[in-house]
Design a protein around this ligand. Structure first.
Ligand code: D41
Length: 709
């Protein structure tokens, strides 16, 4: 299959070129759909596939008369795997932050000591273990029996793969021992050994079956078999390394290491290379030792993981967004390879950012086929002087998008010209500009399309975001449907989704069920899916708005902080009219929300058209209030200022503790402050609190109040 290659911006295509390219794209996308849906063996990445579809959509938007009968946007493909039920993890499965060199590890332990106010020479032990390159899984045991197994999924919800996991010999059906908790979720990694992987691929090839790219994919593909008998025939293995819900709060033991010993007693497999370390130097020695032995292992690892051993300290350290402060993955260096850069394509994102993507001659880097790489932005391209046709060094590290490290200039073809970054949006032809940051006076690295509402790429990306899994999660309204509905003018803005059924019922001629690829049943299903989402939680609603920089975590923080839609919107209305008023500072003061983020939110609510969308949405949907974080704690909902020297807590830990208890930790005392916790040496803030008549307590009283004496 040849790839469609075009660097011509969409708005410069002639109708003939557009017709040809649409034909090529239709064939190419159909080919990839087939591989993806029927064979579960895509040869391009999702991002690359998305790019094809986006280019197709952009051309169709500009040349509606050229939209083909077999346009990719008119076909409704089989959904990947809705076959497995989803399971909500009782305790979310966290992610891990990464360290890439020794210094990162020293910073990690330094941060922990500072956070806990531990002296440099105070003992601090870590459990160190190889990081298995497999799939994370959560196994739920009730009264010692395996009752449920779920993949990690997005950390909150995973797929129910119980039947398949039951076929894995490494996973005990029954835990043995008299100290097994009534309920325990054991977490760990499912993986496949190199030898088993090679044998599986050989058998697959001989039978004309699917050949997997690496052991990790083979393990994932095997676990996700609908027929558990197939999984049973696949040699999957398991190592335990963590836990989720446990009756009684925590498993028997006070340290990570003790829990591992309990796991072992109960019959769960542990990685034999785990080690208890008591200094950074020991951690680094462990890393280098494992790295040297890596090639001799029978399974893939991509680094090592360090975890604070003491569970009480883990508890105090808590999390930053979704990763624990008490653990880190120390990754092995990335793998590199050289290949040629075939093209540079420009993607237009939801907020108009023009992102250059390198299309590469496919190359295997560390066992994975790489066909594209991120180029970040135009400065990066200029700095590295990357040109189409160049031979480039590509690097892959873990799950991150491959990068171009450098150009092999000796191999540069004489015809290669410096790359000129487009100054107009390839999707809508508007000027694309680099904004100047008013604070720093620096030019933004990102060039943005100024087309805003008229840019079809931005509009489509916004809609895609709106219906995506962690936003409104509307089944049956995927990328293809959104693009087709957008192109045909049926859905231009989010509220249109909720009026689609009424408009369809009112229309005489162009009923949805008569569209190609649709029928009465699929249309009824779609309306059903849309109607099911007329009630939505505040955090999802905020996330769905697609405000720049506002991801899921931030949306949740905001939702928890304001509680309900009315409170949130009236604050945002105030900010929209007075961008530097008290409401803005309240937003800025939310722990985890920095000024850039607060500004982006303020900018969003300063736009009339965003209010139009929100108002129209409110006609159609009901936004459910959020439970405020830890509403039952004595300080929930309060705004607290810590000032002066604290002896038992670092400032960061105090802030995190307040947050955990549902309070807001603010930086300055104002009329909104409910409580000031002051240590020795508190100055002006204490004075201000006295002036305003705000209650002031000391650190010991703080601990008494929150019941953590
Ligand atoms: O071997 C692994 N892949 C591994 C993954 C491990 N040995 N330990 C892990 N520990 C955690 C925490 C500390 C968050 C319980 C992990 C992972 N997490 C993890 N794997 C994928 C996302 C997070």
């Amino acid at each position: 299959m040849t790839m469609t290659k075009s660097t011509i911006p969409v708005d410069q295509l002639t109708p003939d070129e557009a017709r040809d390219e649409l034909a090529a794209l239709a064939a190419e996308i159909a080919y990839h759909d087939e591989l993806y849906y029927r064979e579960d063996a895509p040869v391009i990445s999702d991002a690359e596939y998305d790019m094809l579809r986006q280019r197709n959509a952009a051309i169709e938007a500009r040349f509606p008369e050229l939209v083909r009968d077999d346009s990719p946007n008119r076909r409704v493909g089989a959904k990947p795997s809705a076959q497995f039920g989803t399971i909500r993890h009782a305790v979310p499965m966290l992610s891990l932050s990464n360290a890439f060199d020794d210094q990162d590890v020293r910073d990690f332990t330094g941060r922990i000591r500072r956070f806990l106010r531990l002296a440099d020479d105070a003992p601090l032990a870590f459990a160190a273990e190889p990081k298995i390159d497999g799939l994370s899984i959560s196994l739920r045991y009730e009264r010692g029996r395996l009752v449920q197994a779920a993949t990690r999924g997005d950390g909150y919800e995973g797929e129910n793969v119980t039947a398949n996991v039951r076929t894995i010999k490494d996973v005990p059906d029954v835990l043995s021992g008299d100290d097994v908790p009534e309920v325990i979720e054991v977490r760990g990694e499912i993986y496949m050994t190199h030898a088993d992987f090679a044998a599986l691929n050989e058998a697959q090839a001989a039978n004309g079956g699917k050949v997997f790219a690496n052991p990790r994919n083979a393990a994932a593909g095997s676990l996700r078999q609908l027929d558990a008998a197939i999984t049973a025939a696949r040699p999957l293995k398991f190592f335990a390394y963590a836990w989720g819900e446990v009756s009684g709060g925590k498993p028997p033991g006070d340290t990570q290491w003790e829990i591992y010993q309990a796991f072992k007693r109960w019959g769960l497999p542990l990685n034999p290379l785990m080690r208890l370390c008591t200094s950074v130097d020991e951690l680094l020695a462990f890393y280098h030792e494992i790295g040297e032995g890596r090639a001799g292992l029978t399974y893939d690892i991509d680094g090592v993981v360090y975890k604070v051993n003491d569970l009480a300290l883990q508890e105090r350290l808590g999390f930053v967004s979704r990763a624990p402060r008490w653990a880190i993955a120390h990754k092995f260096p990335a793998q590199q390879a050289t290949t040629t850069l075939r093209d540079i394509e420009i993607q237009v994102g939801r907020t108009g950012a023009l992102t250059p993507v390198a299309r590469l001659q496919p190359i295997t880097v560390g066992g994975v086929v790489v066909t594209n790489a991120t180029l970040h932005n135009e400065d990066e391209i200029a700095r590295k002087d990357i040109r189409i046709g160049d031979t480039v060094v590509v690097q892959r590290a873990g799950d991150v998008i491959p990068q171009i490290v450098s150009v092999v200039t000796e191999k540069r073809p004489p015809s290669a010209e410096p790359y000129i970054f487009p100054e107009i949006c390839p999707a809508c032809g508007s000027h694309a500009v680099r904004e100047v940051n008013p604070k720093t006076g620096k030019v933004d690295a990102v060039r943005r399309c100024t087309g805003g509402l008229i840019c079809p790429a931005q509009a489509i990306e916004r809609l895609k975001h709106f219906v995506s899994r962690n936003a409104f999660d509307i089944e049956g309204l995927g990328e293809k449907q959104i693009t087709a509905f957008y192109t045909d003018g049926l859905i231009r803005r989010a509220p249109d989704i909720f009026t689609l059924q009424r408009r369809d019922e009112a229309s005489e001629l162009t009923k949805l069920k008569n569209r190609e690829g649709w029928g009465a049943t699929s249309v009824a299903k779609l309306f059903d899916a849309i109607n099911q989402r007329r009630r939505i939680s505040l955090d999802r609603f905020i996330y769905a708005l697609g405000i720049r920089h506002v991801g899921e975590t931030t949306a949740r923080l905001i939702a928890r902080s304001y509680g309900d839609l009315e409170t949130f919107l009236s604050a945002m209305r105030a900010i929209g009219t007075d961008p530097d008023g008290p409401q803005f500072h309240e937003l800025d003061d939310i722990e985890g929300i920095g000024t850039t983020l607060a500004r982006a939110i303020a900018d969003f609510f300063a736009e009339d058209h965003n209010w139009e969308v929100i108002d129209a949405l409110r006609e159609e949907i009901e936004v459910q209030p959020m439970e405020r974080a830890a509403a039952s704690s004595p300080v929930a909902g309060k705004t607290i200022v810590f000032t002066g020297g604290l002896t038992r807590l670092s400032r960061d830990e105090a802030k995190a503790m307040a947050e955990r208890l549902g309070a807001k930790a603010a930086g300055s005392v104002s009329a909104k402050t409910d409580l000031v916790v002051a240590g020795p040496g508190a100055g002006s803030k204490l004075k201000k609190a006295a002036e305003l008549g705000i209650e002031v307590i000391d650190e010991d009283e703080w601990f008494r109040r929150v019941g953590e004496v």
